[in-house]
Every structure is written in structure tokens, then in C-alpha cells.
Design a protein around this ligand. Structure first.
Ligand code: GTP
Ligand code: ZN
Length: 376
């Protein structure tokens, strides 16, 4: 998979470090603009190395930036080019890497804090790594006909497995007269603990509530269906018309899919934004934990069933059925749980198969290398 990326816009107030002899302080100040966090562990791991952030992946190498506006193509370590190597050991957009002194090759991947991934769309199952080192994932959902709690639930489940914190941004609040009802629905979804912000994505004042998530050293990513308002939100935060937006077609309220690039965007708020293509074909990766993903009550109920392998259909002593009958558990929510669980389990099986396959192939490759070159 390869994505084209746009160069980062330089910010006039922050000069790029001098290419002749940037001091360490200059270099860190420049990295700060593109999201370098306050993280002692990361700083120690980087040591004296020349650091850059990955902003794009291509067949012919990785694009990295050392400061806002920078974009250079560099080559990965040989180990990353093995076709069946573990993709999580290779850099992905958002990763910090150490470069060699000339800045031509990636020497190593620096430790990452969060990794957002999903089951990849397409014929052959593969996990798709979306972005690394994300502090917050802004789940953007329009308060229009597109509003769908099930989709939000699914996003939250995927985010929960990533290590990043979800923030729910409900756009088009200015056009919504059933906001209270929506918030009540969300309350019943047990999204408690996840911040929810109804906003007008076109109005900068309305987005001030998001600034705490977008400050210096913070990286955020926007996810949401096409037409949800991601580009509008980005433009308003930037205070410019940087991203193209298309008018929503009146009949289905969806904008045409206009976001095609995955871009790292420094924000005036001090942090930076990674804009991913609309995640339309969202599949679970198989590693999600449904209890952590907001279904802890159902998982707890299932733990009270008489049989540990209860299928919650006609078994005697089933705590889940009892809760549905007593009205304690909403059956629609339970159905949604079952659907996500089955999807997660199916993805987990495929993921395990895929990993076993990789192992066999790597073994075969190692044997071939050993036969040819002797002990390695
Ligand atoms: N009134 C109002 N309109 C909005 C709001 N957010 C987005 N829109 C409109 O909704 C349409 C789609 O918004 P976009 O920002 O293009 O949506 P997107 O999520 O970037 O879509 P893709 O690029 O296809 O992923 C545009 O016409 C926006 O002007 C909002 O909060 N209020
Ligand atoms: Zn049961």
C-alpha cells in the first residue's frame, strides 16, 4: 500500500533549522511544531540521533519531515523490505525515526506510544496500520441523516485497541434540532467517560472546546465517514481554506469523497493533525477487547451465566437472557454487541492464520538462506 502525501505548510513564525549547523535546541524546536512530545523515554531513546517524523509511505521509500514544510524521501532499513515481515515493526505515518547522519536512510524506529490499525479492506485479509503516536482520535460524526451510534461504537472499539484516547465530535450541531435526543441516545450507549462535543465545524469559536486536545506536542487524527465534516473542521482550526470540501448532496447528506491524502498538518493551536482518508470500509483487526470497548456490562453479565461457554440462547441459568427479559439490558445493544463480537472473532481467526502462514514462510526463507550461506 502506498499513499501520496503533501508537503507540510511551513509556519512563518517558526523558522526551519539552519541546514549547516542546527543546534540541538533548534532541532527540537523544529520537531515540536510537527508534534514531538514531552516524553523523556522517547528523548532518551533518540539520543544524539537525527530525528524525523514519517509523513508518507511509498513503494520507493518513506517520506519524512524534520520540520514543518520539510519532505524528503528516505530508504528503510533492509529488514523492513522483507515482504512478509511484521508490519508493526515498520514505520507508519506518525512514527518518529532516527536517520543516519546524511539523512538518507532510516536507521531505526523510535518507540511508539499508540498505533491505530484496522482490518484492511480487500480480498486478502491484512491489518492496515493507519497512524502511530496519536494522542487523540477525534471521531467526527455529523448530526444529520448520517448519524449512526453503531458506527460510533465500532470506531470506539478500534480506537480502544490503539492506545490513543477517543474524543467524539458531533458536527452540524448548528443544523440539528434533536441534539438533546441524540445526547440521550449516546448516554444509553454507555459512552460515559468519552468526551462528547457538539460543534459547528464552520465556526472557530465553537471549536475552542477541542483546543485542549490539540496543544503543543500533541498529535490528533480525524476519523469519520465521508461528508462528516473532517475537512471543514481542519480548515476552521487552521483558519484557512486548505483542504477541499464538497457540498453535501441533499438527498443522502454525504459529501463526495474528497480527502485522498494522508497528511500531517501543524496547527496554530500548537499540536498537529493527521488527516486520514475516510475510513469507510471499517473492519475490526481481531485484537479489540469488547469489555474495554464499552461493553463491560455485557461481558460481566456473561460471566454470571451458569455455563462458562454459554451461547446466551436457550441455556438454563443464562444471565444475559435474564437481563434482556428484565429490561436491564437493551436487546438492540445486545444484538450490536453480538455482531461486533462475531466480527472481532472472525478477524482474530484470520489474523492468527495469517501470522502462522508468515511464520512458516519465514522459516522456509531462513532455511533457504542457511542452506545457501551456512549458519546465520
Ligand atoms: N452547517 C454545517 N455544515 C457542516 C458542518 N461540518 C461540515 N459541514 C458541511 O458538510 C459538508 C461535508 O463536509 P466535509 O468537511 O467536506 O466532510 P469530510 O468529512 O471532510 O468528507 P471527506 O473529505 O469526503 O472525507 C460540507 O458541505 C460542509 O460545509 C457543520 O458543523 N455545520
Ligand atoms: Zn448466557
Amino acid at each position: 500500500m502506498s499513499t501520496e502525501s503533501e508537503p507540510i505548510e511551513p509556519e512563518s513564525s517558526h523558522a526551519a533549522p539552519s541546514s549547516t549547523d542546527p543546534t540541538a535546541a533548534d532541532r527540537y524546536a523544529a520537531l515540536r511544531i510537527i508534534g514531538w512530545p514531552d516524553d523523556e523515554e522517547l528523548r532518551l531513546a533518540a539520543g544524539d540521533a537525527r530525528i524525523a517524523r514519517v509523513i508518507g509511505q511509498h513503494r520507493s521509500g518513506f517520506d519524512v519531515a524534520e520540520f514543518a514544510g520539510d519532505q524528503r524521501r528516505v530508504q528503510p532499513p533492509a529488514a523492513w523490505t522483507r515482504p512478509r515481515g511484521d508490519p508493526t515493526e515498520r514505520a507508519v505515518v506518525g512514527d518518529w525515526v532516527a536517520l543516519d547522519a546524511e539523512g538518507k536512510n532510516i536507521a531505526r524506529l523510535l518507540p511508539r506510544k499508540a498505533l491505530l490499525k484496522r482490518g484492511a479492506a480487500g480480498e486478502h485479509y491484512r491489518q492496515q496500520l493507519i497512524a502511530a503516536n496519536i494522542d487523540h482520535v477525534l471521531v467526527v460524526s455529523g448530526l444529520d441523516a448520517d448519524f449512526n451510534p453503531r458506527r460510533i461504537e465500532r470506531y470506539l472499539l478500534i480506537i480502544q485497541a490503539s492506545g490513543a484516547a477517543p474524543v467524539l465530535v458531533l458536527t452540524k450541531a448548528d443544523q440539528c434540532d434533536i441534539l438533546d435526543d441524540v445526547l440521550e441516545v449516546l448516554e444509553n450507549e454507555r459512552l460515559t467517560g468519552i468526551p462528547v462535543y457538539p460543534v459547528n465545524a464552520k465556526d472557530a469559536a465553537s471549536l475552542v472546546v477541542l483546543h485542549p486536545y490539540l496543544g503543543p506536542g500533541k498529535s490528533a487524527v480525524l476519523v469519520g465517514s465521508s461528508g462528516a465534516g473532517k475537512s471543514t473542521l481542519t480548515n476552521t482550526l487552521l483558519g484557512t481554506q486548505k483542504m477541499k470540501t464538497n457540498e453535501v448532496r441533499a438527498n443522502d447528506q454525504r459529501g463526495r469523497h474528497t480527502t485522498t491524502n494522508r497528511v500531517l498538518i501543524p496547527l496554530p493551536q500548537g499540536g498537529c493533525l493527521i488527516d486520514t482518508p475516510g475510513m469507510r470500509e471499517l473492519k475490526l483487526s481481531g485484537e479489540e477487547d469488547l469489555a474495554d470497548g464499552g461493553f463491560d456490562d455485557i461481558e460481566a453479565l456473561a460471566g454470571n451465566c451458569r455455563f462458562s461457554d454459554c451461547g446466551h440462547s436457550n441455556e438454563p441459568g443464562c444471565a444475559v437472557r435474564a437481563a434482556i427479559e428484565s429490561g436491564e439490558l437493551d436487546d438492540v445493544r445486545y444484538a450490536s454487541y453480538c455482531k461486533l463480537r462475531d466480527e472481532r472473532d472472525a478477524a482474530a481467526v484470520t489474523l492468527a492464520q495469517r501470522r502462522a502462514e508468515d511464520k512458516v514462510l519465514n522459516k522456509a526463507l531462513n532455511k533457504r538462506l542457511k542452506d545457501k550461506y551456512g549458519r546465520r
